[in-house]
Design a protein around this ligand. Sequence first.
Ligand SMILES: [Zn+2]
Length: 134
Amino acid sequence: MTISEKVAYLKGLADGLAIDTEKSKEGKLIHEIIGILEEIGMSIEDLEEATVALGEEIDAVSDDLSDVEDVVFDEDEEDDDEDFFTVECPTCGKELVVDEDALVEGMIQCPGCGDTFALDLSDEEDEEDEDEKE
Ligand SMILES: [Zn+2]
């Protein structure tokens, strides 16, 4: 039951009592109180509708801001990371860029010393992330 519905119910009760709103001071008071309650009920319903609309607008702004943040913050920091990462050659220490082919094979050949070694992807990725933060 909404506040307006409750007020309408009150009004019905008052009508049922056949309260004299002209001659009876108490009847006039009750009539005025119910009138004010009706206004309050309508004001609250308007406020509730406005609040829901505001909430929806804030959600939309929040989504838009999220899109903007993705573009502003992710482009520089993560683009390189997603495309490739590097490992250190265990033989000569040269930094090697791991491309897609190397990822698929799980092996990489060092162009520096010609050594071929297996990629330990989980460990190397973790070290890579830590390096980037420092
Ligand atoms: Zn090497």
